[in-house]
Design a protein around this ligand. Structure first.
Ligand code: G3P
Ligand code: CA
Length: 234
C-alpha cells in the first residue's frame, strides 16, 4: 500500500508549511497531499481551512486577505515554538521543493465553501509551467470543479473526494468523470469499498494514523493512505 504525506509530514511539523513538505520530500513515499485556496489578490496559497484562525496567529478568511497580509502571519507557532517563523506558503514554493524528486503531488482544490473562480486554471497554469502534468492528481470535495477540470484539461488525473458512504459510487464517478476515489477511510472497509474495487477504481483513504486501520485497509485492497505520520508507516 502506498503512502501519501497528508498536508506534508503534518504529525511532526506544522501542516501545509514548507517545513512539513521539505521533510516529506526526503522520504521514499509515493507522494504528498496539500490544500490550496485563493487569496484576495488571486494568489494560490497552501492552507487547509477557509479561516486562518486555527493554524496561524491571525483571524479571518483567506479569501479576504491579500497574499502580503497572509505572508505576515506565523503558521508554525501553533504547533510548537520551534516552528515560529513558518509562513503560509504559495503553491509554487511547495511544488518547487519537488522538482528534483519523483513524488506524486495531490493538490486538493479547496473550493467546497467559496467557489474561488479561476483557481483551477491558476493551478493548471503552474502545473504546466513546471511540467508536472503527469505527476499531479487534482482532487476536491467540490465535484463541480472536478467536472470543469476534467472537461478543460482531460489529460489531468482527477480524484473525487467524499466523506460519505455513496450509493453506487462507481456510477457517480463516471458522471464527473473522475477515475479515482479519495474516501474517508472507514467507508473503504464497507460495501462502497468493495464496489469500487470490483469496478477497478483506485481507492486512496484519509486520514490514517493508526497501524491497525492501515493493516485493515491494506488487506481490503486500498491502493494508498493519506497519513500525518508517513515516517511511522515507513
Ligand atoms: O485529500 C484527503 C484529505 O486531505 C481530505 O480531507 O479535510 O484533510 O482536506 P481534509
Ligand atoms: Ca486535504
Amino acid at each position: 500500500m502506498k503512502i501519501f504525506a497528508h498536508r506534508g509530514c503534518s504529525g511532526i511539523y506544522p501542516e501545509n508549511t514548507l517545513a512539513a513538505f521539505e521533510a516529506a520530500s526526503k522520504l521514499p513515499i509515493e507522494g504528498i497531499e496539500l490544500d490550496v485556496h485563493l487569496s484576495k489578490d488571486g494568489e494560490l496559497v497552501v492552507i487547509h481551512d477557509e479561516l486562518v484562525d486555527r493554524t496561524t496567529n491571525g483571524k479571518g478568511f483567506v479569501k479576504d486577505m491579500t497574499s502580503e497580509e497572509l505572508r505576515q502571519l506565523d503558521a508554525g507557532s501553533w504547533k510548537a515554538a520551534d516552528f515560529n517563523g513558518e509562513r503560509i506558503p504559495f503553491l509554487h514554493e511547495v511544488l518547487t521543493i519537488f522538482v528534483e524528486t519523483d513524488h506524486v503531488l495531490n493538490i486538493e482544490l479547496k473550493s467546497d465553501i467559496f467557489p474561488y473562480p479561476g483557481m483551477a486554471d491558476r493551478v493548471m497554469e503552474l502545473v504546466q509551467k513546471l511540467g508536472f502534468e503527469e505527476r499531479v492528481i487534482l482532487s476536491s470535495f467540490d465535484h463541480e470543479v472536478l467536472r470543469y477540470v476534467s472537461e478543460t484539461y482531460p489529460q489531468i488525473h482527477t480524484a473525487c473526494l467524499t466523506m460519505e458512504v455513496m450509493v453506487d459510487f462507481p456510477a457517480y464517478l463516471k458522471t464527473i468523470p473522475a477515475p479515482d476515489a479519495h474516501v474517508l477511510f472507514p467507508t473503504a472497509l464497507r460495501q462502497m469499498g468493495q464496489e469500487l474495487r470490483a469496478a477497478g477504481i483506485p481507492i486512496r483513504a484519509f486520514t490514517v494514523n493508526d497501524k491497525v486501520y492501515a493493516d485493515m485497509l491494506e488487506k481490503a485492497g486500498v491502493e494508498a493512505i493519506f497519513t500525518d505520520f508517513p515516517e511511522k508507516f515507513l
